[in-house]
Design a protein around this ligand. Structure first.
Ligand SMILES: *[C@@H]1O[C@H](CO)[C@@H](O)[C@H](O)[C@H]1NC(C)=O
Ligand SMILES: *[C@@H]1O[C@H](CO)[C@@H](O)[C@H](O)[C@H]1NC(C)=O
Ligand SMILES: *[C@@H]1O[C@H](CO)[C@@H](O)[C@H](O)[C@H]1NC(C)=O
Ligand SMILES: *[C@@H]1O[C@H](CO)[C@@H](O)[C@H](O)[C@H]1NC(C)=O
Ligand SMILES: *[C@@H]1O[C@H](CO)[C@@H](O)[C@H](O)[C@H]1NC(C)=O
Length: 393
């Protein structure tokens, strides 16, 4: 039990870092993107004005700066690389709306708004980031896109980043992608995209440490929050997921090397109409605490054989899943299998523990079941449906 709360000091120090950053930024100079020539009429391509504003603030400012994207306007933007390192911390106050120019790119480029190598960055406001992804979705569904679709917003090699309050919709691919970054706080976000849009994950985290996702509402066509290779020390709390696929941890075991995702704490979250509540493929030290399930297809699932793109090597199934805790999990399942622990024979799952887990069928009068292959661990008294492969303690 003690281990459950042990990430709290980590979270607190993260908050302290952000408070410090906010304190430094209290003396920032504010610039308005309109003064760099942006029109914000929803028709004019404002890309160059944003690029000019960014490069000036990033490289010519003599102190912390804020770039205001004013409310009541819609800025039409092509892909932009917000390149660091910058001289000082930057606030991006996004109160206006940003809209991606609706085109399928003819060359490879992963993101619409890419932030790279920036060391203190706060992106916040009440604006909406519309990725206008419909054309990408349809070519993707026909398997005819020339390149991978773009993420709405990507952080690459950034540290001390706070993203707060934005609304993100219709991303061609993931709405927020976090890669090779550290100390990232994402809070008060709303993400909404049609449930039939392909690969439109809400937030995707990989090769990153100390990431907090909190107080957000995420409905997409794919994972709510996905964590793959090298996602370490991630906390997801008070997030409402659905519709979509729920949380996936360590699922992208695409042939070759797989760095384990670990130290993940999911608490106070609600899953509604999702395909899973928390699925893990290759990962260790994960806790799901105080979780509500509302019509979830596989509320609890560990599947070491999960292989969404059919490109997994057999090796991937040999990556261990260990120390996964489920504490205070309740709600309804739309599949008969409310609990699935599907582990490999060569590397069984170990240290799976459950306490106070209560799942029932979303269809009145139906029973739910558990399925357990090569999983070891222990369960408390109040586990429904029973999971016979776990030793009762
Ligand atoms: C910004 O700084 C660069 C050198 O770092 C300089 O070449 C450029 O003229 C400056 N731009 C402005 C608008 O001052
Ligand atoms: C949970 O997040 C919602 C926003 O989605 C917020 O309104 C609410 O205050 C948060 N609850 C707590 C206990 O922080
Ligand atoms: C497990 O993860 C938590 C964060 O969720 C961390 O505080 C703790 O130290 C980790 N335990 C081990 C044994 O690595
Ligand atoms: C989850 O909610 C409980 C109250 O129900 C609160 O004490 C705890 O701090 C919350 N955890 C997180 C990580 O927000
Ligand atoms: C469990 O793993 C087997 C492979 O051994 C696979 O055929 C089956 O579909 C999996 N079941 C679930 C529910 O994921």
């Amino acid at each position: 039990m003690e281990r459950l709360g042990s990430n709290v000091p980590g979270l607190i120090s993260l908050f302290v870092i952000f408070l410090l950053a906010a304190g430094i930024l209290a003396h920032e100079t504010t610039y308005n993107v309109v003064d760099f020539g942006a029109k914000g009429d929803g028709y004019t391509d404002d890309t160059q004005a944003f690029v000019n504003a960014w490069s000036w603030i990033c490289r010519n400012s003599t102190g912390p700066s804020a770039l205001l994207i004013p409310a009541g306007k819609t800025f039409l933007l092509d892909r932009i690389v917000f390149q660091g390192p910058c001289n000082y911390a930057i606030h991006l106050k996004v109160d206006g709306n940003l809209k991606r120019i609706n085109e399928i790119w003819k060359d490879k480029f992963n993101s619409w708004l890419l932030f790279i190598r920036i060391s203190v960055l706060n992106i916040y406001g009440s604006g909406e980031l519309d990725g206008q992804g419909t054309d990408w979705w349809s070519c993707k569904m026909k398997n005819k896109c020339p390149f991978e679709a773009a993420h709405n917003l990507e952080l690459l090699s950034c540290t001390n980043v706070q993203i707060w309050g934005l609304k993100l919709i219709n991303s061609p691919m993931m709405h927020i992608a976090v890669g090779q970054s550290e100390n990232v706080y994402i809070g008060g976000i709303t993400i909404s995209t049609p449930s039939d849009s392909p690969n439109t994950d809400g937030i995707h985290i990989q090769k990153s440490q100390h990431v907090v996702v909190t107080d957000s509402v995420i409905g997409t066509g794919d994972d709510c929050v996905s964590m793959s290779d090298g996602a370490v020390d991630v906390s997801v709390s008070n997030v409402t997921c659905g519709p979509g696929h729920g949380i996936s941890i360590g699922s992208l075991g695409i042939a070759g090397t797989v760095a384990t995702a670990s130290d993940i704490y999911v608490s106070n979250c609600t899953f509604s109409q999702t395909t899973n509540g928390g699925g893990s493929g290759f990962a260790r030290n994960i806790s799901f605490v105080n979780i509500k399930m509302n019509e979830v297809y596989y509320p609890i699932i560990i599947d070491q054989y999960y292989c969404p793109h059919k490109r997994c090597s057999y090796k991937t199934a040999a990556v261990q899943v260990s120390d996964v805790k489920y504490l205070d999990v309740a709600g309804s399942s739309t599949s008969k299998l409310a609990i699935t622990l599907n582990c490999s024979q060569t590397v069984p799952c170990t240290g799976i523990t459950m306490d106070n887990v209560n799942l029932w069928s979303a269809d009145q009068g139906q029973q739910v079941q558990s399925n357990c292959i090569n999983a070891k661990g222990s369960a408390g008294n109040k586990i429904s449906p029973a999971v016979p492969c776990l030793t009762t303690y």
